[in-house]
Each structure stands twice: as C-alpha cells, then as structure tokens.
Design a protein around this ligand. Sequence first.
Ligand code: C5P
Length: 294
Amino acid sequence: MTSAGGRPVSSEAPAKLNFYLHVTGRRADGYHELDSLIVFAAPFDRVSAVPAKDLSLELSGPFAGELNAAGGQNLVEITARRLAELAGIQPAACITLDKQLPVAAGVGGGSSDAAAALRVLTSLWQLNIDLDDLQALALSLGADVPMCLHGKTCFAGGIGERLEAAPALPDCALVLVNPGLSLATPNVFNARNGAFTAPARFDEAPADAAALAEILAARRNDLEAPAKMLAPVIDDVLHALASLPGSRLARMSGSGATCFALFDDCDAAVAAAHALRAQHRDWWITPSRIIHPV
Ligand code: C5P
C-alpha cells in the first residue's frame, strides 16, 4: 500500500483463485461449507482514495463498464459506508477503482476490491480498529472478503472465513481464461447436487509445478459440474487450457467461469496465452503468476 502527504492511498486487489474447492456441507442458513486452497495471483484491480468532503466512487479500467451495467451500489462504496459506521465517522473520500479483473468471474474481484478498500480507508481515515472487528465487518460484506483481507495463500474452511496457513507453494506460472461470461455465485451453488466431498488438506510443500499439479489432480472444484451445466462453454475453456503445450493442470476457479492452467514458468505461460489468443479472440486470456506476499 502506498500513502503519505496528500498523495492517494492505494492498494492492489489481486485475483483470488481456488486451486481446489470441496463443498463439504451446507449450513441451515443455506450457505455452503467449504474446504479450499486459496491463492492470490496477478492481475490486479487497484483501489485508491484521497481525502474529500463527501463519498464518491469513480470506475476505470477495461471492466468498469460491466460493473456500471450491473447497477446497484458498488461493494467498494458499501464497504466505505460500513467502515465509517463502525468507526463512528462520516464516510468522506474520493475513491477510484481501476477494474482490471472480469466481473462475477470466480476470481474474487468484488471481494478483493472490498478488502483493498478496507486497507485503503483504514489508512486514509487513520482508524485503529480491532482486527477481530475488521474481520467481522469483512465477513458481513461477503464470505470471501476475510480471505482477501488476509491476502496470503491459505486453506479456507467454514463458509470461507476460517483461514489456516497452507504449505509454501512453488513459483509457478498460470494462464487465466474467462470466456466473456458472468455467472452469479448463488446460481452455481444452487445448481450443485449430490453428495458432499471430504476436506483434503495437505502438509507437504510441493517443490515445483509438477508436484503441485499432482497434489491438485487428486482434488477438484465441486462447483465445476454445476457451472458447466449453466455455461457449457466452460468445458471448451478447460479443454483448450489442458491442451496447451506445458499445461500441467486445468481447473475452474471459485464459482466460475474463469479457469486457470498451471505452468512451470512465466515463459511457458506467456507463450501458451499468446497461442490461445490467436484461436479465441473473444476470450479474456492473460498469463499470470502466484503472488507470495510476505
Ligand atoms: O457471501 P457472498 O455474498 O459472496 O455469497 C453470495 C452467495 O453465494 C450467497 O448468498 C450464497 O447463496 C452463496 N454462497 C454459498 N456458500 C458460500 C459462499 C457463498 O452458498 N460459502
């Protein structure tokens, strides 16, 4: 996060990927219980804020239009109001959201933006809020917001809010693909049926992409089947990703429709993304890398 002397306070909001996602149960309130390996990756949205008399939000970036089209109050604006309420102050800031991540895409963009807004506004408003209160506020904004506030590779349990350290992951590269399709998370969860899956955490730190792919291949994303039912093009994306030279594993993230493939290094991922773009000009395709925050 950058700050100081009149300059904007700013924070990156990376993509959040579920390297595996097992639906382990369902609570009485309808929320699903999960066991998931959470990883953060490029690219990033960016939330910035400067002092102002009132609260305002400006959107920029390639996916700003989609957010505008979605209508309603943006989660960043809701976050600002709720944080100010918790702190007992007036919400006053000029916030900008640079939207580089696809919307309603299974990469946690909205949740990551909300978490970045919490970081930025806590700093801008010089708040000293108890960490438990901040995590509770994060959870009230969405099940994935606490993990995005945490911002590090972790296992997530509960409905996504119970976070535990995961083994260190190797420096492998990724290709992310979204076929230009928004999927509403509740619809995907509601389309899921069948038995629940046992949790499948692991202790060993994989040495390289091959070892990580082997661990992940023994796990899955339980939301892939219902998402494919709602959007069969996801199957095409997964096949395309699996067929790329050097691709070690292809999987959907979150509730979709974004999918990722795992590669040994950035050169392989960049070449694969380039090749795929030539075949699918209407898909959002980007090489990516795992972020290892300290
Ligand atoms: O918490 P969030 O607003 O991100 O969740 C959106 C919807 O996704 C929930 O209302 C619920 O239908 C579904 N969901 C779920 N189980 C989770 C997370 C989300 O059923 N663990």
